[in-house]
Ligand binder design. Structure first.
Ligand SMILES: C[S@@+](CC[C@H](N)C(=O)[O-])C[C@H]1O[C@@H](n2cnc3c(N)ncnc32)[C@H](O)[C@@H]1O
Length: 349
């Protein structure tokens, strides 16, 4: 468990996380009683809705309407009610976002660590890339890493002092997993370096605003986020699997949703094999199981090298919008109904 992490997350934490993640309104469960009993939360919720209204006014309007339309006078305390209605009145004529409009999505991976990402979720393959949105496997990998890295001794202590986390992400897309690791290292005053890579150079160029949004200084060169106790560096570069070489001094490789089609598997496995051969200790690959045949191609390709692999974590297909439960901790990240199963592979020589 992270330092200062409360053992359970409240319905209010979950509601805030849900609206920051923009879960569909029909799936929002508003904890009316808890909101009514917590004036401090009512203030923070207003601020959250004001922030949402800047990038997605229609979503803020819908949420306000659900909140105020139900038991109107009683949920929000008297003094604040005017401010809520003032906000709603500015949003009355707002329209749903267009498919090409970006929105600022926030994923609360843990109660302490959230990641913000500019996404255009409706554009999936129009520009020849799949990286304009965050894919569920990367959220699940963040949740897995949060649980793993936070468990008392194993990982947390090993990222302090002389022991650094030296990681590299393949096919990083919006960069959420690496940003989570960087923020986690900051939160524990740890040491480490993170290299964000993707084969699509245009995605690498788009990383800078996301890094800045998350208070991770963004420059083209290796960047240090240092305090007297910590040394955390990051850099971003294009890396096409099987063609571009893996930088030196990487211990862990991680990637999410990079096994989405059998055509990409040979070059991915070549890249993983090269990395392990040159000294990378292990690779973590979070795979969304959209098609059993594709994942079988991946497993067979690993067997053929041969590389050792095991599934270290998995979640089943979501029957309804639901949350992960890793190490007995209910997560805050919401997964849409029908999200396919996700498996995390640990691969070694
Ligand atoms: C489905 S997206 C996943 C993005 C991100 N990891 C996530 O989970 O949100 C797959 C990513 O792999 C990258 N990719 C696909 N083929 C690649 C290759 N041969 N070499 C490097 N990157 C590749 C794409 O550009 C894309 O960003």
């Amino acid at each position: 468990m992270l330092a200062n992490q409360s053992p359970t997350t409240s319905g209010l934490d979950k509601f805030t996380a849900n609206i920051l993640q923009r879960i569909p309104q029909r799936h929002l469960h508003i904890p009316f009683d808890s909101i009514q009993n917590d004036e401090q939360y009512q203030h923070s919720l207003l601020a959250t809705l004001q922030t949402i209204s800047l990038t997605n006014p229609f979503y803020a309007k819908q949420t306000l309407e659900s909140l105020l339309g139900h038991r109107a006078q009683t949920v929000i305390s008297g003094d604040l009610m005017d401010s809520y209605y003032d906000l709603l009145s500015t949003l009355l004529f707002s329209k749903p976002l267009l498919a090409t409009d970006p929105d600022l999505i926030q994923y609360n991976i843990t109660p302490q660590i959230s990641i913000k990402v500019w996404e255009t979720p409706m554009i999936i393959s129009g520009a020849g890339t799949t990286g304009f949105r965050t894919w569920e496997a990367s959220l699940f990998l963040c949740e897995y890493l949060a649980a793993e890295m936070s468990t008392t001794t194993a990982m947390t202590t090993s990222f302090k002092g002389d022991h650094k986390f030296n990681g590299l992400e393949l096919g990083c897309g919006t960069g959420i997993v690496s940003m989570f690791i960087l923020k986690f290292l900051q939160s524990i005053s740890g040491n480490g370096s993170v290299c964000l890579t993707d084969g699509d150079s245009s995605l690498i160029e788009k990383l800078a605003p996301n890094l800045t949004l998350n208070d991770i200084t963004a420059t083209e060169a290796e960047t240090e986020i240092a305090t007297p106790e910590t040394s955390i560096t990051h850099k971003s570069q294009r890396l096409w699997w099987g063609e571009d070489s893996i930088p030196e001094n990487v211990d862990i490789i991680y990637a999410a949703d990079v096994t989405y089609d059998s055509s990409v598997i040979p070059s991915l496995v070549t890249c993983i094999t090269q990395a392990l051969t040159q000294g990378v200790k292990y690779c973590l690959i979070a795979a969304t199981i959209r098609n059993e045949d594709t994942i079988r191609v991946f497993e067979l390709a690993l067997d053929q090298v041969p590389l050792r692999w095991e599934i270290v974590q998995e979640r089943e297909t979501s029957a309804g919008g639901n949350y992960s439960n890793i190490s007995g901790q209910a997560g805050l990240v919401w997964y849409a109904e029908g999200t396919p199963a996700i498996k995390i592979y640990k691969i070694e020589l």
